[in-house]
Design a protein around this ligand. Structure first.
Ligand SMILES: [Mg+2]
Length: 363
C-alpha cells in the first residue's frame, strides 16, 4: 500500500453564531439565531448551541425557531466579520498544510502528509491548529484527523464542539462498518432512502455489494460507494489558490516582423496555457495578447468572449487582436498571451449568501 496520507478536516463550531457571541458579550450563553427575523420568511443560517437545545437547527424557518424558543435573540448575518475570521483561519491552515481546500468560510480539508513540524504528527498538528485558532480568533474549532477526506470529515463531527477525533488507518474499515449510510460523503437523502430500500443501512451492508451491482443500481457513483464502504477515498485535497490569470510569453532571439510567425508562436503558447488551465480545472473567457516591440514599447489587447475559450476560439481571436497592434509594421521582440476571467469548472459555492442555509447544516 502506498504511504498513508494525513488529512485534517477543520470545522468551526456554530460559526456565525459564535462570532456574534464573541463580538456581543451580552449574547454569550444565550440562544442566538443568525438569519432572518422571527416573523419573517427567512431561515436560520446558524444558531448557538444554547438554541440547539430547543431543537432549533440551520435551514429551519425562523418562524418555527421563534415558536420553539421565543426568548431567542435573532440577529442578521454579518458576512464581513465571518470573512475576516475565515481569512485568519486560512492563514493558520496554510502555516501547517501543503494543501488547503476550503469547503465554506469555516471549514476546510488540509493535507499535512508532508508537514515536518510537530514530528509530522497529524494529531499534534490538529491540536496546534485548534490552539492557534483560539488564540487568534477566540473561537473554537473541531478537527477530524484521518488518512482520507471522507473519514477526516466524519471525524471532525464526532466530538463537537471543541472536538479532536482521530481515525487511525487500522481503524478505518471497522469505523465505516458501523457508520449509518446517510453519514457517508456524497450520500444525500435521496440515495440514502434508495439504499435503505435495498437493505443498506450501515457501512457493513454496503460492503456486501459487489462493485458491479452497486454501479448497476446507483450509476457511476457505485464505485465510489464501493470504496467508501472499505474506508477508501483517494480524492486529493485540492487547493484553490485563486489566480487572476494564467499566461505565457516568449522573447525571440531576433526581432520578428512576420505576423504569421508571431501567430504560429502564439498558437503554441495558447496550447500550453490552455492545458495548464485544464489541469487546474479552470475555464477562462478573456484573452489578452501582449506584444513588445523592438523598441521595448509594449501593448496589450484583450477580448472577452461570451463562451468559455477553447483552443479553437483562442486561435480565431488572436489574428484580430494582433491586427490592433503595430505588429507587421514594427519589429516585435516578445509576444505573450494570457487567459483570465476564470470560472471554476466544478460549481464551488463561493458566495456565502447562497450558501447560507447549507453552510451550517453540515456542522
Ligand atoms: Mg462549522
Amino acid at each position: 500500500m502506498a504511504q498513508q496520507r494525513k488529512i485534517i478536516h477543520v470545522d468551526m463550531d456554530a460559526f456565525f453564531a459564535s462570532v456574534e457571541q464573541r463580538d456581543q458579550p451580552e449574547y454569550k450563553g444565550k440562544p442566538l439565531i443568525v438569519g432572518g427575523q422571527p416573523n419573517s420568511r427567512g431561515v436560520v443560517a446558524a444558531c448557538s448551541y444554547e438554541a440547539r437545545e430547543f431543537g432549533i437547527h440551520s435551514a429551519m424557518p425562523c418562524s418555527r425557531a421563534y415558536r420553539l424558543c421565543p426568548q431567542a435573540i435573532f440577529v442578521p448575518p454579518r458576512f464581513e466579520a465571518y470573512r475576516e475570521v475565515s481569512n485568519q483561519i486560512r492563514t493558520i491552515f496554510w502555516h501547517y498544510a501543503s494543501e488547503v481546500e476550503p469547503l465554506s468560510l469555516d471549514e476546510a480539508y488540509l493535507d499535512v502528509s508532508y508537514t515536518a513540524e510537530l514530528d509530522g504528527s497529524a494529531t499534534r498538528i490538529a491540536q496546534a491548529i485548534k490552539h492557534d485558532i483560539l488564540m487568534k480568533t477566540q473561537l473554537i474549532a473541531s478537527a477530524g484527523v484521518s488518512y482520507n477526506k471522507f473519514l477526516a470529515k466524519i471525524a471532525s463531527d464526532m466530538d463537537k464542539p471543541d472536538g479532536l477525533y482521530v481515525i487511525q488507518p487500522d481503524q478505518g474499515e471497522a469505523f465505516v462498518a458501523d457508520l449509518p449510510i446517510g453519514k457517508f460523503h456524497g450520500i444525500g437523502p435521496a440515495t440514502e432512502a434508495k439504499m435503505k430500500n435495498n437493505g443498506i443501512a450501515l457501512g457493513r451492508d454496503l460492503r456486501r455489494w459487489t462493485q458491479n451491482d452497486l454501479i448497476a443500481k446507483f450509476g457511476k457513483s457505485g464505485s465510489y460507494y464501493f470504496n467508501s464502504a472499505r474506508g477508501i477515498d483517494e480524492r486529493p485535497v485540492r487547493s484553490q489558490r485563486l489566480r487572476k490569470s494564467l499566461g505565457k510569453e516568449t522573447t525571440f532571439a531576433e526581432d520578428v516582423l512576420s505576423v504569421d510567425e508571431l501567430l504560429s508562436k502564439l498558437y503554441i503558447l495558447a496550447e500550453q496555457v490552455l492545458s495548464s488551465l485544464k489541469k487546474q480545472e479552470l475555464e477562462a473567457r478573456t484573452l489578452t495578447l501582449k506584444v513588445k516591440y523592438a523598441n521595448f514599447q509594449q501593448v496589450t489587447r484583450a477580448n472577452t468572449a461570451d463562451d468559455i475559450l477553447d483552443l479553437e476560439a483562442v486561435k480565431s481571436l488572436l489574428p484580430a487582436l494582433m491586427a490592433k497592434t503595430e505588429a507587421g509594421t514594427m519589429p516585435v521582440r516578445l509576444v505573450g498571451l494570457s487567459l483570465s476571467g476564470f470560472e471554476q469548472k466544478k460549481v464551488e459555492k463561493i458566495n456565502p449568501q447562497l450558501d447560507l442555509a447549507l453552510n451550517e447544516a453540515i456542522q
